[in-house]
Design a protein around this ligand. Structure first.
Ligand SMILES: CC(C)(COP(=O)(O)OP(=O)(O)OC[C@H]1O[C@@H](n2cnc3c(N)ncnc32)[C@H](O)[C@@H]1OP(=O)(O)O)[C@@H](O)C(=O)NCCC(=O)NCCS
Length: 336
């Protein structure tokens, strides 16, 4: 994972908009978030997270044969952020982006899982990276307190181990698209002085509507994955939900009868980092020793689209990370 150095606290936000630490903490669970420096981008942060993932998998970047990036804030409309990261890491394999709002990482991970299981690819780098601070209306208190910047990455490899195959449920309801969207900058409403003057390059969100949607799909998709695998809450060692709002997570835990101590939470320190939230949480959970080999892991995300995705898998130590020394090639990073 990688997060920018700059911390923006609720107290800092009190000086920018009409809000309070108490309101933000009670309604969301967020205390602070990270904000990218001027020269940081989705690709530069994703490059650092990707480099760390490749190192921790114990492989060389040259062994990665595919890069999939989930992001709602790509550096450019094109080329894909995955191509920028592929070049920065010196990877020779294919590269493409997946865009499913905050669910992009889960969509990318499920794609990688199937491609690895098919035998077509051996080491797939999956990155979730976002610079949401660049598409924020910093005068809109209903959105600017929620989001933060960061990146997380994993390397997906085929495994013979485990008692069940990774299982994903992907969902979308395009009719809800207007509840969370970025009006301008695409081909429908290209950038113009008018769109800039009207502030149409920043997030628009119907907060309560998205809240109701999220509480519903987190529960339903988690239940569906567990039912496909005949697992109950007691079989899940670690639950990693998208970190958007602690109240959404609390409500889901109650309805799923999930013990709170088996749920990973870091929203207080990063806010909603969109596609980066699940891989950042995964990385911190692993560092905290909460992911032993063979642990059953369930992750669930939701976001613009509207989209959602849940996936269950067994955490494995790769043969590479056990038997091979760490990569030492510290090729200099050249953010695009
Ligand atoms: C945005 C969200 C925190 C708002 O919380 P809420 O309890 O639904 O609050 P409401 O939007 O109904 O607003 C309640 C009041 O708080 C006010 N308010 C909104 N943001 C505020 C802020 N930052 N500080 C203080 N007051 C705020 C509203 O203006 C409203 O005031 P009013 O009653 O005088 O009109 C909540 O709806 C949410 O988290 N939604 C999901 C968003 C999300 O997860 N998006 C990303 C999906 S990937």
């Amino acid at each position: 994972m990688y997060v920018p150095e700059r911390v923006l606290t609720n107290q800092d936000l009190e000086k920018m908009v009409d809000t309070s630490d108490e309101w933000i903490t009670q309604r969301t669970g967020i205390k602070e978030r990270r904000i990218a420096a001027k020269d940081e981008t989705s690709s530069s942060m994703g490059t650092i997270a990707g480099t760390r993932a490749v190192e921790s998998a114990g492989i060389d970047a040259g062994e990665v044969d595919l890069v999939i990036v989930g992001t709602a804030t790509p550096d450019y409309m094109f080329p894909a952020t995955a191509c920028l990261i592929q070049d920065n890491l010196g990877i020779r394999g294919g590269a493409f982006d997946v865009e499913a709002g905050c669910t992009s990482f889960m969509y990318a991970l499920s794609t990688a899982s199937c491609l690895a299981a098919s035998g077509a690819y051996r080491n797939i780098l999956v990155v979730g990276t976002e610079v949401l601070s660049r598409i924020m209306d910093w005068t809109d208190r209903s959105t600017c307190v929620l989001f933060g910047d960061g990146a997380g990455a994993v390397v997906v490899t085929p495994s013979e181990e485990g008692t069940f195959d990774p299982t994903f449920v992907l969902g979308a309801d395009g009719s809800g698209g207007s509840a969370l969207f970025l009006p301008a900058g695409g081909s429908f409403q290209p950038a113009s002085s008018e769109t800039v003057n009207q502030g149409l390059h920043t997030i628009r969100m119907a907060g309560p509507e998205v809240f109701r949607f999220a509480t519903r799909v987190v529960v339903d998709s988690t239940r569906e994955v567990m039912s496909r695998l005949a697992l109950g809450p007691e079989d899940i060692d670690l639950f990693i939900p998208h970190q958007a709002n602690e109240r959404i997570i609390d409500s889901a835990l109650k309805r799923l009868s999930f013990p709170a101590e088996r749920c990973f939470l870091n929203i207080d320190r990063y806010g909603n980092t969109s596609s980066a939230s699940i891989p950042i949480a995964l990385c911190e959970a692993e560092k905290a020793g909460r992911l032993r080999a063979g642990a059953t892991l369930l992750m669930v995300g939701f976001g613009a689209g509207l989209t959602w995705a849940a996936g269950a898998m067994q955490w494995q130590l790769t043969p590479a990370s056990v038997s091979r020394p760490r990569a030492t090639d510290s090729r200099e990073l050249t953010p695009a």
